[in-house]
Ligand binder design. Structure first.
Ligand SMILES: [Zn+2]
Length: 330
């Protein structure tokens, strides 16, 4: 049995169609793999519930949400999402957002939690883009901040793509002020947002999205960055972030797409390197005494099994870190 919960629902399945690059069935495959390999038992899973509209509207513009739910989005809005709009996709995303909020709450209770879904980090307040229609992490953090369950949160986004939605929703306080780290050298003010959210995005610079709004700390990586270079940059970034900010909750966006064989990524991490990345994040959270929850975001490996392995390993890494030393609790 794991020392933390996994939040899942079969309804996380995103019916994008088999021609779409995003493997919408990956969540089911990860859940199956976790059970088959006995990383997790059935009792480790908590069933996600659909997010309340009130929680969605704390982050997203009402007009956009009405068009999304009514099916009255413009053609341009649908094109920007880069997915085949359907009410089923909206329902799956609402369920995914509920799962992320549940994982955040369980992390506050238990010290750690993993959502077997979520990570829709390209969604903006008033539009969807890059396969993301609602920003689950922002919705969860906004709710917990509003409830005063927390006052300071950190988003550590290690998807290969910049966390543009997160940065746009939680812009660093002060106009266009951001820090940056390149291979361990940090600079800049590293300001959290007015709401108390510190955003860290480590991503491939020459990749989607073209415009990358400033995060509290951006770590742009060169094409072809390998395990050693990546892990060195990550250590430097985490050290700089925690030196500037003490979060009460960490959202870890554990994209599988920095993988060398990813169809939409241009970095060169191995499966082992990605697992080391996950351990590094969980250990940093543990050292900082901050509860942490993970969400999945992207993963477009040539072989879908590799994406499933990378995502499954995030749970394995959390189990390794928190089983030996115990989960922290706030
Ligand atoms: Zn991505």
């Amino acid at each position: 049995m794991l020392p933390f919960s996994l939040v899942y629902h079969d309804g996380f399945y995103l019916p994008f169609g088999s021609a779409h690059v995003f493997p919408g069935m990956k969540y089911r495959l990860i859940q199956q793999r976790l059970l088959e390999t006995r990383v997790a038992a059935g009792s480790d899973f908590v069933r996600a519930q659909t997010i309340a509209l009130e929680d969605v509207l704390r982050v997203h513009e009402r007009g956009y949400i009405e068009r999304l739910i009514d099916g009255t989005l413009s053609e341009e809005e649908i094109l920007q999402m880069e997915l085949p709009y359907s009410k089923e996709i909206v329902e799956a995303t609402l369920l995914g957002c509920g799962g992320t909020l549940e994982a955040a709450r369980l992390a506050l209770r238990d010290g750690a939690a993993c959502a077997i879904g979520g990570g829709f980090h390209h969604a903006h307040r008033d539009h969807g883009e890059g396969f993301c229609i609602l920003h689950d992490v922002a919705i969860a953090l906004a709710r917990l901040l509003d409830d005063r369950a927390i006052e300071r949160a950190m988003v550590i986004d290690l998807d290969v793509h910049d966390g543009n939605g997160t940065a746009a929703i939680f812009p660093p306080a002060g106009e266009h002020r951001r820090g940056s780290v390149r291979y361990g050298v940090a600079s800049g003010p590293m300001m959290p947002s007015a709401e108390g959210v510190f955003t860290l995005s480590m991503h491939q610079q020459n990749n989607y999205p073209a415009y990358k709004p400033p995060s509290s700390l951006d770590v742009p990586l060169a094409d072809g960055t390998d395990d050693a270079e990546y892990l060195e940059a990550l250590e430097g970034a985490l050290e700089a972030a925690f030196a500037h900010f003490r979060p009460q909750l960490i959202a870890y966006v554990a994209g599988a797409d920095p993988y060398v064989e990813d169809k939409l990524g241009g970095l060169a991490l191995t499966i082992d390197g990605l697992k080391q990345r996950d351990r590094t994040v969980f250990r940093a959270a543990q050292s900082a005494g901050a509860p942490v929850f993970s969400v999945y975001a992207g993963g477009y490996a040539s072989q879908v099994e590799d994406t499933v392995t990378i995502h499954t390993n995030t749970v394995v890494a959390a189990a390794e870190v928190f089983s030996f030393h115990g989960a922290t609790s706030c």
